[in-house]
Design a protein around this ligand. Structure first.
Ligand code: BES
Ligand code: MN
Ligand code: ZN
Length: 498
């Protein structure tokens, strides 16, 4: 789908715009939005509302054809709920409904003339992102591995947004498209089967991104990881035939001396649980256990396209977690790159074992902040469901500020997170009789003890952890990766770039 900006004024009116369709908002009390009024030359829109064919409830639509005095072939009325406030929710459902209607009409182009600058507590940039994301979601297909492709999107392909053609709107649109492109990469990687999307495939994807967007990309293999003494990461790969890959991407858009933001992604391309084998039902979904890694690559796709003026380092720790005669056993003790020894009481708590070494590796960049992203714990789904990612930081002024920055970035990008605690009491749950710490906690607060485990390896810099177990993909009939938290991360980095 192609997006553009089309500004209208008195001389250049919406009514005179030649297009297949104009979508305008109407309200529950039969009131018309500004754009709807300008198309109501003959009273047809007022009549349609009076007839009750459209209630104006948020998410309702009515398609009218051949309105007198309107150059567009069709007018799509879009319900936006109550007229005293267009809320985030009513606007979003209006946009969803409009995109759905535009996907079924036989027209190449259309104009969205919804009240994008009038959404309560949300700015124009948010509204533009909402339209672009909904449009891109409608055309998205996950049929890369089907020999018979799904029916392609057959609706409006060129969508103009009726907003002022100023620098703010142009930038917002460019950012929205870059985020959508990043999300698409993240979704594609997540949805690919795990026999295709291996650690090597992630490494190749990173190299290709590097070529396309001028990132420097380095891929460390087993030998180099051994030399770095990443005993914890390597212990997870023991049972796998697929070689591990440790991928480092650099986007140096800032000043050479500026401390970078480091993003670290969990890239378990399949999580069987290892010797602590997972139950069979639904195990296929553990192909999504690389979505943290996928979102780091997707975020790089976005900041590369935007050529963000910021230094960003991406670290992807990628391997499989498999059972075998060589696999790590419960009770094995491994030595992490930091020197801390870890008793692996459950081989299914493997994410933290690869991340701890990646987090130690991150020290060498003298980072301004490190953010790790991981499908880390099933317990995070119990705690927060599928709406919010879990956000963890230490509890001091510097970290509370970072947490707030991430929460705000997520909220503004409709990709929200919710803060959960770590701290000394959770750390005590990780005590081991035989090693410095155990890789699982005593019962209770499994997301918090997982985050607390990671915290041990992040004391040399400012750090946040994002648990995306509940937000990275959808299960059931609409099974598929969501592309989250690319919007939150990209928006955070946009904010940091200033
Ligand atoms: N990748 C899983 C977490 C997960 C499970 C994410 C289900 C989304 C859906 C992770 O490696 C894992 O297995 N975690 C264990 C930790 C436990 C052994 C302490 C879990 O959550 O059960
Ligand atoms: Mn696991
Ligand atoms: Zn896992």
């Amino acid at each position: 789908m192609d997006f553009s900006i089309k500004a209208f004024d008195a001389k250049n009116s919406i009514a005179a715009a030649k297009t297949g369709c104009v979508a305008v908002g109407v309200f529950e009390n039969k009131k018309l939005s500004q754009a709807a009024k300008s198309l109501d030359v003959n009273g047809d829109i007022t009549a349609a509302l009076k007839s009750g064919d459209i209630t104006g409830k948020a998410g309702t639509t009515l398609l009218l054809r051949g309105l007198k005095g309107v150059a567009a072939e069709r007018v799509l009325l879009v319900g936006l709920g109550s007229d005293d406030a267009v809320t985030e929710k009513s606007f979003s459902s209006g946009v969803q409904a409009a995109i759905k209607a535009l996907s079924t009409i036989n027209s190449a182009d259309a104009i969205i003339a919804l009240p994008m600058a009038e959404v309560k507590e949300r700015d124009l940039s948010w509204a533009i992102r909402t339209v672009v994301q909904a449009g891109r979601e409608a055309v998205y297909r996950s049929d890369a591995q089907k020999s018979k492709k799904d029916p392609a999107y057959a609706g409006v392909k060129k969508l103009a947004l009726a907003v002022p053609n100023n620098a703010q709107a142009k930038l917002a649109l460019a950012q929205a498209v870059a985020i959508a492109n990043g999300m698409q990469l993240t979704k594609d990687l997540g949805n690919l089967s795990p026999n295709v999307c291996t650690p090597s495939y992630l490494a190749d994807t990173a190299k290709k991104l590097g070529k396309d967007f001028k990132f420097s990309v380095e891929v460390l293999d087993r030998k180099q990881l051994e030399a770095l003494k990443m005993g914890s990461f390597l212990s997870v790969t023991n049972g796998s035939e697929q070689p591990p890959k440790f991928i480092v991407l650099k986007h140096m858009g800032g000043k050479a001396k500026d401390a970078p933001v480091v993003l670290v992604g969990k890239g378990i391309t399949f999580d069987t649980g290892g010797i602590s084998l997972k139950p069979g039902a639904g195990m296929d979904e553990m192909k999504y256990d690389m979505c943290g890694a996928g979102s780091v690559l997707g975020t790089f796709r976005a900041i590369g396209e935007l050529d963000l003026k910021l230094n960003v380092v991406g670290i992807v720790a990628a391997c499989e977690n498999m059972p075998s005669g060589r696999a790590t056993k419960p009770g094995d003790i491994v030595t992490s790159m930091s020197g801390l020894t870890i008793e692996v009481l459950n081989t299914d708590a493997e994410g933290r074992l690869i991340l701890c070494d990646a987090l130690t590796y991150a020290e060498r960049f003298n980072p301004a902040a490190v953010i790790d992203v991981a499908t880390l714990t099933g317990a995070c789904i119990v705690a927060l469901g599928h709406h919010n990612s879990g956000l963890f930081t230490r509890d001091d002024d510097k970290h509370n500020a970072l947490a707030q920055e991430l929460l705000n970035a997520g909220k503004a990008a409709s990709d929200t997170a919710w803060r959960l605690p770590i701290g000394e009491l959770y750390n005590e749950q990780l005590k081991s009789n035989f090693a410095d710490l155990a890789n699982i906690g005593t019962p209770g607060g499994a997301s918090c003890t997982a985050a607390a485990f990671l915290e041990n390896f992040t004391r040399k810099y400012t750090w946040a952890h994002v648990d995306i177990a509940g937000t990275a993909w959808k299960s059931g009939g609409a099974k598929g990766a969501t592309g989250r938290p690319v919007p939150m991360l990209t928006n955070f980095l946009i904010g940091r770039a200033g």
